[in-house]
Design a protein around this ligand. Structure first.
Ligand code: HEM
Length: 415
């Protein structure tokens, strides 16, 4: 068995998500990685990769590994508590991503803030803003969807969702754009520190907004719901609210931006009958969203976990702190998993549907993400029924996490 393994080329020769080949077509590389085995050591990232769905589902469900970035062997050292800035207090002290027991409690108590009523109320606030974006765009012969629409959506959603007043928008915008850089290991220390400072400033703003909202609560508003929970639950304090808002920024901004680009691209690149099927209803779109995600294979890395101690895992010995990446997207073009995987079919069945994760850390913003994308796509195709791609968009090599486009030029046929 060992002899066979030695004859295989190193996996980094077959799989390199930063290569041009991967950017143009990730499928052969994803299949090659999955074929290598259920758990593969990937030297360039000093990480193990879990490649197959049953193992990924088990890992999501039972959480044998840590989700706390500070448990990573290459993470910056955890400073002592008396040196914590607002940033460390939010990310270490009450982290939604850290201790599993606290995490489960937080998820349980915040669930009313993600209830149908609150999501409806947030949607009602986002809708006019999306329409305003399209009004400002007018009826050009062609436009860059990324610049004109997609780039604005995460900011619109998060500020309206949390209820951040206009006077704070410029500063908050910077944080929404750079928040994931606070823990990005691939950028310079200097750039990471700037992101951390931006984040510290944003936390001060969030504290001010919370103080204002305490004086003037609003019905069905997300922040007011969290403040009500804070009054009722002794284990849920203001620090948890701040962590929650930062988690929404961290988990909801980049994902939304990627989804916006791929939704437009997938719907325009494929048989046009798929557009009507996808936009037939919110439920139909929910399924279409998973197909857009599958067909696009935009992911480069997957979901990170860390060994909390030296341990045995899936037959391998993991050293404490080593990163383990779960890559559910490796299955997306596997014919044993999906019939005719190259066909884009928005009515395809997903069972289970893991686009938004699975188990205790299932995406808290899934309902919002689906609604906001449905809303934007409906508006886009209502205003521009004859829309088409004006060019094959060039991929942006700079993004370390996902395959995205430098621009997404669309022709409207309005004139
Ligand atoms: C296309 C859009 C999105 C996709 C594909 C997506 C997907 C996911 C996935 C797969 C996870 C689990 C990650 C893991 O296991 O490590 C997750 C977690 C999370 N997502 Fe999303 N997400 C999206 C949008 C959003 C939005 C808009 C928000 C907030 C408004 C959000 C908030 C969160 C949070 C807070 C978590 C962490 C949950 C926890 O640890 O308990 N996501 N998301």
């Amino acid at each position: 068995m060992a002899e066979v393994a030695q004859e295989l080329p190193p996996i980094e020769q077959l799989f390199n998500p930063n290569s041009n080949d991967y950017m143009e077509n990730p499928v052969p590389q994803c299949l090659a990685l999955a074929r290598r085995g259920p758990i593969v050591w990937y030297e360039p990232w000093q990480a193990w990769i879990v490649t197959r769905m049953p193992d990924i589902l088990e890992c999501w469900h039972k959480e044998p590994l840590s989700s706390d970035f500070y448990d990573w062997e290459f993470a910056p050292a955890r400073p002592p508590e008396d040196e914590w800035s607002h940033f460390e207090r939010a990310m270490i002290g009450h982290s939604l991503l850290a201790d599993p027991d606290h995490h489960r409690l937080i998820r349980k108590v915040v669930s009313p803030a993600f209830s149908r009523n609150v999501v409806d109320a947030i949607q009602a606030k986002i809708e006019p803003e999306v329409q305003k974006l399209f009004d400002e765009l007018g009826e050009p012969e062609q436009f860059d969807y990324k610049e004109a629409v997609a780039n604005h959506i995460p900011f619109i959603s998060i500020t309206r969702m949390v209820g951040i007043p206009k006077k704070y928008w410029p500063e908050i915008k910077q944080v929404i754009l750079t928040f994931t850089e606070t823990w990005n290991p691939t950028i310079s220390d200097e750039r990471r520190e700037i992101a951390r400072q931006n984040c510290n400033k944003a936390i001060v703003i969030i504290q001010e907004v919370i103080a204002e909202r305490r004086n003037a609560p609003v019905q069905d508003d997300f922040l007011s719901t969290l403040l009500k929970i804070e009054q009722e639950q002794e284990n849920f304090v203001e620090g948890d609210i701040i962590t929650m808002i930062l988690a929404l920024i961290g988990a909801g901004a980049d994902t939304t931006l990627v989804a916006q680009q791929w939704a437009v691209y997938a719907l325009l690149k494929n048989d046009r009958s798929q557009i009507d099927k996808a936009l037939a209803s919110a439920d139909a779109f929910s399924n279409a969203f998973s197909e857009i995600n599958r067909w696009g294979v935009s992911s480069k890395m997957g979901f990170a976990r860390y060994a909390p101690r030296d341990m045995e895992f899936m037959g391998e010995t993991l050293r404490k702190g080593v990163m383990v990446l779960m890559m559910p997207h490796l299955k997306d073009y596997d014919p044993e998993y999906f019939e005719n995987p190259e066909i884009f079919d928005v009515q395809r069945t997903f069972d289970p549907d893991v686009m938004f994760g699975y188990g205790p850390r299932y995406c808290i913003g899934a309902a919002l993400a689906k609604r906001q994308l449905f809303l934007t796509m409906t508006e886009l195709f209502k205003r521009f029924p004859n829309l088409e791609l004006a060019e094959e968009p060039e991929r942006d090599l700079e993004d370390h996490n996902a395959i995205v486009f430098k621009r997404l030029l669309l022709r409207t046929h309005c004139a």
